[in-house]
Design a protein around this ligand. Structure first.
Ligand code: EPZ
Length: 429
């Protein structure tokens, strides 16, 4: 199993290109199931989760062509995928595949909408809480699907097709909103999604669906309206930049000190996180090429932060912020409200000599002057990268084990960081 070795203490200086967003690329690829025409996606990140979803879609009969290098392309450019779901030969998504990645469960929406049937294994994914799918099931039932659970599979049928309805989510859910949105595009009549998630990835998917012929208004607000159409067609769409990758590298720079240009980043996608970083003492400058993050001289100031749905502070940056606060000059408080068990990184961060107390949903972090490198274990995707951030500022060597979690969500992490002066290498085997 690959490991990452880091010798801490170097400032980060240089440019980091920001990749396409994993959490937009995955639902966009799934949306290709809605049409028999080809959907072309540009700027798709080269990640383990994307490769796994390619296998899952392939199992349904989808052809995916990955375009080769073009003149002027750099190695940092995302890939272009041509996805053709002309004939869906199998409406079952098996346990062996779905259990490896939670988002693959979302294929249930286009399958039931277009094929009027689906059999999808209940999902797996990161160990960050119980993560039920009751709200996704509720949304599909509102649209007229009949669902049963048998042998670990959700079996969905809608013999006459889906019918538009009002779906009022009792809590904000990204997965629920993606599923409701995709399913409603081919339902007859009007669907209203209330208390919809406003995350930028929802807006990106809605933009792509609109290019495919869907009639959607209000994406990015808590009320999305969808007028169902009989068919969707092919389109070409560029995946938006990854706001979580952007925030992660911004926190790494705030941690080590230095000056880094995050090329291609879009500040409006993570304003709340940038505000917190500025409060912590980083200098954030927006320019034509993205965002520049610097921290010179003065140390890190403590902050009090609560995670919340967009535009609040994202849960996917909570672990990284906690790593940063381990070296703050004072006491910080971080409250996690989205996932009940997303504190797996706390015990690993303790190995660096950090001081973190957990009380229910809130972590209290007493900043220490120095962290010391240690062997640590990656747990979930974002927790893993928080260990990398701590290691970059720790004295001596850190070995991060089980890094397949990192490969699920961070493209060329060690290359991007070492190009900015970090001492980081992958050790294979
Ligand atoms: C998406 O997960 C992201 N995944 C997560 O990123 C992210 O942390 C999360 O949204 C919140 O922003 C992808 O986009 C692939 P939810 P999702 O449905 O859609 C509860 C990463 O590291 N809930 O918004 O699964 C749920 O338990 C990943 O990239 C129900 O109760 O999250 C949670 O408490 C990790 N019933 C809350 O809602 C349901 O049926 C929000 O979940 C569905 C969700």
């Amino acid at each position: 199993m690959d490991r990452i070795r880091i010798i801490g203490g170097n400032k980060l200086e240089g440019t980091i290109p920001i990749s396409g967003a994993k959490n937009a690329a995955l639902p966009l690829m799934i949306a290709a199931l809605l049409t028999e025409d080809t959907l072309i996606l540009d700027n798709v990140p080269r990640l383990a989760d994307v490769a796994l979803l390619q296998r899952i879609l392939g199992n349904h009969g989808v052809d995916i062509m990955s375009a080769g290098k073009r003149p002027g392309d750099t190695e940092y450019q995302g890939q272009t995928l041509h996805i053709s779901a002309k004939t869906i030969i199998d409406t079952t998504a098996p346990y062996e595949l779905v259990s490896k990645m939670r988002a693959s469960f979302w294929v249930i929406a286009p399958l039931i909408a277009r094929m009027h049937e689906a059999k999808v294994s209940l999902p797996g994914g990161c160990a960050i809480g119980t993560r039920p799918v009751d709200l996704l099931i509720m949304a599909l039932e509102k649209l007229g699907a009949e669902l049963t659970i048998d042998g670990g599979y959700v079996i969905a049928r809608a013999p006459g097709g889906l019918k538009g309805a009002t779906i009022d989510f009792p809590k904000v859910t990204v997965s629920g909103t993606h599923v409701a949105l995709m399913a409603a595009t081919l339902a007859s009549g009007t669907t209203i999604i209330d208390n919809a998630a406003c995350e930028p990835e929802i807006v990106d998917v809605a933009d792509c669906l609109i290019k495919m012929g869907a009639k959607i208004s209000g994406a990015g607000t808590p009320r999305i309206t969808v007028e169902g159409v009989a068919k969707l067609h092919g389109a070409r769409h560029t995946v938006l930049p990854d706001r979580i990758e952007t925030g992660t590298y911004a926190m790494a720079v705030a941690m080590t000190g230095g000056d880094v240009q995050l090329s291609g980043a879009r500040p409006e996608l993570l304003q709340s996180a940038l505000d917190v970083l500025a409060q912590a003492g980083a200098t954030i400058t927006v320019n034509n090429d993205g965002i520049r993050v610097a921290r010179n001289g003065a140390g890190i100031s403590p902050v009090t932060v609560t995670t919340a749905p967009f535009p609040g502070f994202p849960t996917d940056l909570q672990a990284q912020l906690m790593a940063l606060m381990t070296r703050a000059k004072g006491t910080s408080h971080i409250t996690e409200t989205i996932f009940e068990n997303r504190f797996m990184h706390v015990q690993e961060l303790a190995r660096f000599g950090s001081r973190i107390q957990l009380d229910g949903e809130t972590a209290t972090i007493d900043g220490v002057a120095k962290l010391r490198g240690a062997p640590v274990m990656a747990t979930d995707l974002r927790a893993s990268v928080s260990l990398v951030i701590a290691a970059l500022a720790a004295e001596g060597e850190t070995m991060v084990n089980r890094i397949y979690h990192l490969d699920r969500g961070f493209e060329r992490l060690e290359e991007k960081l070492s190009a900015c002066g970090a001492q980081i290498e992958r050790i294979s085997g």
